[in-house]
Ligand binder design. Structure first.
Ligand code: PLP
Length: 341
């Protein structure tokens, strides 16, 4: 298979149309067989459920070229099961998990020419999503849904290595108790846009959201979970029913414990103790780990000892081990890597 002639080394993080996408439709109570198609556009009724009441969920994962030339994905079964959870919470029919994993493989294989070569730092981003497509005007779940997966090649999230970022404690809430913070739904992002635009206008890279019930505990940012490292090298992550269970974060906690032999804790993290941590990072598929150098709470600065120049040493080890597993230089735990071809 011949690769497309793209500038792999200098790709940004933006949408580029690729050749094929996967589409399946749900109608009369069942999913059809699904197929790869060429058309990147969707035609739907003006009253489609997704357009009126935002009935939509999504996932995000990547395909990589490993050192020995295979194309692989990382734990797609967890994306499949998380999308089932998201769908159920929005009263949508779950897309079967085995079919999800198979559809990811099909669409990656069909766009193999766009999977960036090993060593370029770029990857093929995979976006599965599902939405209500039939007309809905009275408030109720749609009867018909479309599940799609497209892919787009993306550059490394941080060009020239990850410099620590500065985040601010947000005045806005991301998720309500018993709300939808734990599912991957577009609606959580729609309402976070004002908060992120505001943070950027004030000179910050990201928002730290606190729990909306008490505003004393750390939750997450708009699209990434937190990890903290204590001064005695324990890896701590907030436990909360209103954060999105990041696959990257869950993998990092496993790597910390089983590969690096570190103590790990998933527990309430009070904002008051953030000042005592040695390192802080944001975990998500896009950047794997983005180091945080500074947290600003209404003018009060918390500067982590790891500084503003580079990742802290434990964060760096976690990053190197996880990306080593993804790229195939470090042996992966059973079932983490799905070889596509
Ligand atoms: C997708 C997402 C993450 C990161 O999850 P990964 O599975 O690691 O990509 C974290 N927080 C939110 C709100 C998200 O939507």
């Amino acid at each position: 298979m011949e690769k497309k002639n793209l500038d792999w080394e200098n790709m940004g993080f933006s949408y580029m149309q690729t050749d094929k996408r996967y589409v399946a439709n749900y109608k009369d109570g069942k999913w059809d067989d699904g197929a790869l198609i060429d058309d990147a556009n969707i035609v739907m009724n003006e009253c489609a459920g997704v357009l009126q009441y935002s009935q939509s969920v999504f996932e995000g994962l990547k395909a990589y070229t490993t050192e020995d030339g295979h194309i692989v994905t990382f734990r797609p079964d967890l994306n499949a099961s998380r999308m089932v959870d998201s769908a159920k919470r929005l009263e949508m029919p779950p897309f079967p998990e085995e079919r999800f994993v198979d559809a990811v493989a099909q669409v990656v294989k069909a766009n193999a020419a766009y999977v960036p070569p090993y060593g370029s730092g770029a990857t093929l981003y995979i976006r599965p999503y599902m939405f209500g497509i039939n007309p809905v005007i009275g408030v109720k779940p749609a009867d018909e849904y479309q599940f799609r997966i497209f892919t787009t090649p993306v550059g490394p999230y941080f060009k020239g290595g990850a410099k620590p970022i500065t985040i601010c404690v947000s005045d806005f809430d991301r998720a309500a108790p018993h709300g939808t913070g734990h599912i991957k739904a577009g609606l959580n992002y729609a309402m976070s846009l004002h908060a992120i635009v505001t943070a950027h206008a004030n000179g910050f890279d990201e928002n730290m959201y606190l729990d909306s019930a008490t505003r004393t505990k750390v939750e997450e940012t708009g699209g990434a979970n937190f990890i903290f490292v204590t001064k005695d090298n324990k890896v701590v992550t907030p436990h909360s029913s209103t954060i999105l269970p990041s696959i990257t974060r869950r993998s990092i906690m496993y790597v910390a414990e089983h590969y690096l032999g570190l103590e790990v804790e998933e527990r309430d993290v009070y904002f008051d103790e953030v000042k005592d941590f040695a390192e802080c990072g944001l975990c998500g598929t896009a950047a794997v780990i983005s180091p945080v150098g500074k947290v600003v709470d209404h003018g009060k600065e918390i500067c982590f000892p790891s500084g503003m120049e580079k990742m802290g040493p434990v964060t760096q080890k976690l990053y190197d081990t996880l990306t080593g597993i993804q790229m195939g230089h470090i042996e992966a735990p059973e079932g983490w890597i799905k070889v596509i071809e």
